[in-house]
Write a protein that binds this ligand. Structure first.
Ligand SMILES: [Zn+2]
Length: 64
């Protein structure tokens, strides 16, 4: 398999869009996966911040 010509790097089936090496369906899927990952990361960080505040309110130090 050669890079840079003719096939999507994710599904290896469809022709890629210029410049991103992904076909249109894969580009949409990757974007959805990324936005879901960012939302999970934000929730995770919010919980750490809440834990940090909880510790701070009790004089137990910092979470990070
Ligand atoms: Zn694809």
């Amino acid at each position: 398999m050669s890079f840079g010509e003719g096939v999507c790097v994710r599904c290896e089936e469809r022709a890629p869009m210029p410049g991103i090496e992904l076909c249109t369906p894969c580009a949409v899927t990757v974007r959805v996966e990324l936005s879901g990952g960012i939302a999970r990361l934000e929730r995770y960080l919010e919980r750490w911040a809440a834990f940090d505040a909880w510790l701070g309110a009790r004089g137990l130090g910092r979470a990070a």
